[in-house]
Design a protein around this ligand. Structure first.
Ligand SMILES: C[S@@+](CC[C@H](N)C(=O)[O-])C[C@H]1O[C@@H](n2cnc3c(N)ncnc32)[C@H](O)[C@@H]1O
Length: 450
């Protein structure tokens, strides 16, 4: 059985059988799962995934060859500056070099470009290549360092990761750094569906170095059109780090398996409605386990309807509503993918949030029912003090706690929040206020009479 200590993998196909470790086969339906370059492919139809990767590789080769040809044609245009001509030729050579480097990486994994008809709608095989250079290729480490510091700032340096799952891990760099910073020796499972960053991450995890040319779309100087990059890990991997190809939207894992789940730059971009992921995350966590969200709220306009393009404060509300307590959160601008060789870089407001799945109450607490003033909206709410260790994540909950004065009731507090613009006047204010009050009440300093 694939058992990373207490982590149990379920068959992605039948959803019930547990996976046998040695052959990646389901103990229930008997289905076998292949591995590429040592990374298991835990997809319902792994063969189809491999075929799609082969098609994407073929698209990449075709597009790369077309661009090379065009650049070489452009390079003979009369009247060009020498350095412009040089830039075009360098780029063409860089494209050739990068093509061979990518093909060699996939060849080692047993994947060749497909010869079948190509579906040009498929995502580019290079779509996350910028992450690879940022995480393992640039000399400057400032983005990786800032990411690690942001996450450590909400969990604290004494935090114990325990069994950890990372959703949409990219290259795995953040998990790598977190595991080392927090001296984790527990399993850290990385889930992703994109091959290039994972094949590279796994090779580096085994101690290899790789070459992969960086070709910034908008180079800072004419001699930076192609940057030779050697990909290497600055530190050895934490011992439990493990790359696994699997769909993070429906992780094939047994409930309650994890102490920590990390979603770095994932929830806004990937599911069409991130709210649907929160119950899944809570289910996979043990009671009291930690959910670490790290990322901005930038949605794919085609994938996510406006109703589901939650802002950071809406996201915090959703997290609270899902039965998490928010331990600490920051919301700060961060630089993103600013290559030292490029004129371009983005700055995004990033929410770094540490939430805990609220423990199933122990026996005496289980008897505690919600106070009546939560249901009966006209009853006055008694004053109470919120535990100082509970950092109020943003303005609405903070305002709710200020408004509890011993005489106001739920509907009055909701009205004030609407008047002051903390909540929308769309019929949801009462529910949102009740959710806030419920969490604040749970987080109160208990009186001896409680
Ligand atoms: C914006 S990137 C962030 C990557 C990484 N977490 C980071 O911070 O650098 C989103 C990641 O989600 C991955 N992804 C997309 N859909 C996925 C899915 N269904 N399951 C797992 N990973 C997915 C992409 O391949 C990509 O690596």
């Amino acid at each position: 059985m694939i058992r990373d200590e207490a982590v149990i993998f379920l068959c992605p196909s039948c959803g019930e059988g547990r996976l046998e470790e040695s052959r990646f086969s389901c103990g229930g339906c008997g289905k076998q799962y292949p591995a590429v370059s040592g990374i298991p492919l835990l997809f319902r139809e792994p063969r189809e995934v491999l075929e799609a990767w082969a098609e994407r590789l073929a698209n990449f080769v075709r597009e790369s060859d077309e661009s090379t040809k065009q650049l070489l044609k452009d390079a003979v245009e009369p009247g060009l500056l020498d350095r412009s001509r040089r830039r075009l030729v360098d780029t063409a050579e860089g494209l050739e070099a990068r093509k061979e480097q990518v093909l060699s990486l996939f060849r080692r994994a047993g994947i060749e470009p497909s010869r079948a008809a190509h579906d040009s709608e498929l995502e580019s095989i290079l779509s996350y290549v910028a992450l690879v250079h940022r995480d393992f290729g640039w000399d400057e480490e400032d983005e990786a360092r800032a990411s690690l510091e942001a996450v450590l700032s909400v969990v604290g340096e004494q935090f114990r990761l325990g069994r950890t799952l990372v959703l949409g891990a990219g290259t795995g760099r953040l998990a790598w750094d977190l595991g080392n910073a927090l001296s984790s020796s527990d399993p850290i499972l990385l889930f992703d569906i994109n091959p290039l960053p994972f094949l590279i991450g796994e090779a580096l995890r085994r101690g290899e170095t790789l070459e992969l040319a960086e070709i910034p779309g908008h180079p800072r100087r004419s001699n930076q059109a192609v940057m030779k990059r050697t990909l290497r890990a600055a530190n050895p991997p934490p011992p439990g780090l493990r790359y696994i190809f699997a769909d993070a939207l429906s992780p094939p894992l047994e409930r309650g398996s994890f102490d920590t789940i990390v979603a770095p730059w994932f929830l806004d971009q990937v599911p069409s409605d991130l709210a649907t992921m929160l119950p899944k995350i809570r289910d996979l966590l043990r009671p009291g386990g930690s959910f670490l969200h790290f990322g901005p709220f930038v949605y794919h306009p085609k994938r996510t309807r406006p109703a589901h393009r939650y802002t950071a404060d809406e996201f915090v509300q959703l997290v609270l509503r899902e039965g998490f307590s928010v331990e600490k959160a920051t919301y700060e601008p961060m630089r993103y993918l600013g290559s030292p060789a490029s004129t371009q870089s983005r700055v995004e407001y990033v929410l770094t949030l540490h939430a805990k799945s609220v423990e199933t109450p122990s026996a005496p607490l289980a008897l505690e029912s919600d106070p009546r003033w939560l249901d009966e909206r006209e009853l006055p709410i008694p004053r109470f003090t919120v535990s100082p260790s509970f950092e109020l994540p943003h303005t609405a909950p903070r305002r709710v706690s200020e408004l509890v004065n011993g005489t106001r009731c739920l509907s009055e507090i909701a009205s004030v929040l609407v008047e002051e613009g903390h909540l929308a006047d769309d019929g949801t204010a009462l529910t949102a206020t009740r959710a806030c009050l419920k969490v604040l009440w749970k987080m109160r300093v208990r009186e001896p009479s409680d």
